[in-house]
Design a protein around this ligand. Structure first.
Ligand code: PA5
Length: 433
């Protein structure tokens, strides 16, 4: 966590000024005494999780891998974003287009659905399923969210038409509350295999439960390693002293910048594998902090792509933004730029360089330009993209988010505002009371 390029913008609003609040809220978090405390189950989950359940999850994943060309993951918000983030971060960039045998452990193609209501997407997905064996993992903590419920109704029908109700039932995996909700009741009636989402872990904090772990396991990601990363973060981020706790540094510096009028945070990466992770981060912070007319507005960008789209605004537009870069120190693979005798494209000055090093220079050049242009910058270093670092980062951001929300004075675990659109939509749809 490097915030040296943010400090010059802070004047007297040095993040160490938050030490008393950090110490206070650290105690509140650890003793689960703050607003929404019943949502803190994820704090110890990476060490407390049920080993038997984890074994069953691996078994289910192996069965899905063995009998399916495609896994449909049905969910929205916290019930899909983390799984998508992990899979995009930790599998081949073109996984779907590799032949099955070239995919890690022969994993099926994984498609997400139920995260919006677009009929064309769903109809196109139905085309993709033609002639393919598939299974479904439907994920909904409440068990009643409209988008995934509609998708489940449609794709369950397709599955039953293809295999008959009994065989179809053995291809449906339900991740939901242990006891309550429409989906739980339906799963019990039909005898579907179910995985519980602990009552104490809300949607956007649930990626390290069966919500994210089952799709990850199906993709061949080592879920033990993911949980180990989170467990390591848990033990390393236990110190309330700002100088020893990068998650609290991040929480404090965000609030310092916010009080200096920097109301938008742009999370940037230079690696497309992190794009969905950034979207997960956006949901985590947006839904946790944006309430009571408070909150830093979270947005994401992929560089260098977006430097050719919003780079101009960042450099010279309105000064309410700060930038946080997720900087991967070492790419998973690298390529050398070769020499050409004709040098028609005038790129020989780069011959012998790796593409990774060029990406690195783009990062350094951008950091300098944006800082000089008046954008405070934070850099979060990721040594390498691995299942371990995924687990670590998830825990890091969840902890930072709760701390930052408490400093802002909001409850990080509820989302009362999301009901407004639902109420209008249900009224327009004529949903019975
Ligand atoms: O973070 C949250 O709580 C939300 O984003 C939920 O995950 C999302 O609304 C989906 O809810 P559910 O899992 O109940 O279908």
């Amino acid at each position: 966590m490097d915030y040296s390029d943010a400090l010059p913008f802070l004047g007297s609003m040095d993040p160490t000024r938050f030490q008393n609040e950090l110490t206070h809220f650290h105690h509140i978090i650890q003793t689960k005494a703050g607003p929404g405390r019943q949502g803190l189950g994820w704090l110890d989950f990476p060490v407390d999780y049920d080993r038997q359940e984890s074994f069953e999850l691996e078994e289910a994943a192996a069965k899905i891998r063995q009998e399916s060309d495609v896994l449909l993951v049905i969910g929205i918000g916290g019930s899909f974003m983390g799984a998508r983030a992990a899979i995009e971060m930790l599998t081949h960039s073109f996984n779907h287009d590799l032949p099955k045998e070239a995919r890690k452990r022969g994993t099926p193609q994984i498609f997400f659905v139920g995260h919006h209501l677009d009929p064309t997407y769903m109809a196109d997905l139905m085309d993709i399923l033609q002639g393919k064996d598939f299974s479904i993992n439907v994920i909904s903590k409440s068990g009643g969210t409209l988008e995934p419920a509609i998708a489940f109704r449609m794709f369950r029908q397709l599955l039953e038409d293809k295999y008959g109700p009994q065989q179809a039932a053995s291809r449906i995996y339900v991740t939901t509350d242990r006891e309550i909700g429409t989906l739980k009741a339906l799963a019990m009636q039909e005898g579907y295999k179910t995985f519980p989402i602990p009552r104490t872990i809300g949607g956007r904090y649930s990626v390290l439960t069966a919500v994210g772990l089952l799709p990850m396991a199906v993709s061949g990601i080592g879920i033990g390693e993911v949980l180990e990363g989170a467990a390591t973060a848990r033990s390393e981020l236990k110190d309330p002293a700002i100088e020893n706790n990068p998650a609290y540094q991040y929480a404090a510096i965000r609030n310092s910048l916010y009080r200096k009028g920097k109301t938008t945070e742009l999370l940037v990466s230079y690696d497309p594998r992190l794009q969905s992770f950034a979207e997960w981060w956006k949901q985590l912070f947006g839904e946790s902090e944006g309430k009571n007319l408070q909150g830093i507005f979270p947005v994401t960008a992929l560089y260098t792509t977006d430097l050719h789209a919003i780079g101009q605004y960042i450099q010279q537009g309105r000064r309410m933004i700060f930038e946080t870069t997720l900087k991967v120190e070492k790419p998973l693979r690298d390529l050398i730029i070769t020499e050409r005798v004709d040098d028609q494209d005038e790129l020989n000055y780069l011959s012998g360089n790796t593409l990774g090093s060029v990406n690195d220079k783009a990062f350094q050049g951008t950091l300098r330009a944006h800082t000089e242009g008046g954008i405070p910058n934070l850099v979060i270093g990721i040594p390498k993209i691995t299942p371990f670092s995924f687990g670590y980062l998830v825990y890091f951001f969840q902890l930072a988010c709760v701390m930052s929300s408490y400093i802002l004075g909001v409850n990080p675990f509820d989302q009362p505002g999301v009901e407004a659109y639902k109420n209008n939509m249900f009224r327009l749809l004529g949903k019975p009371e």
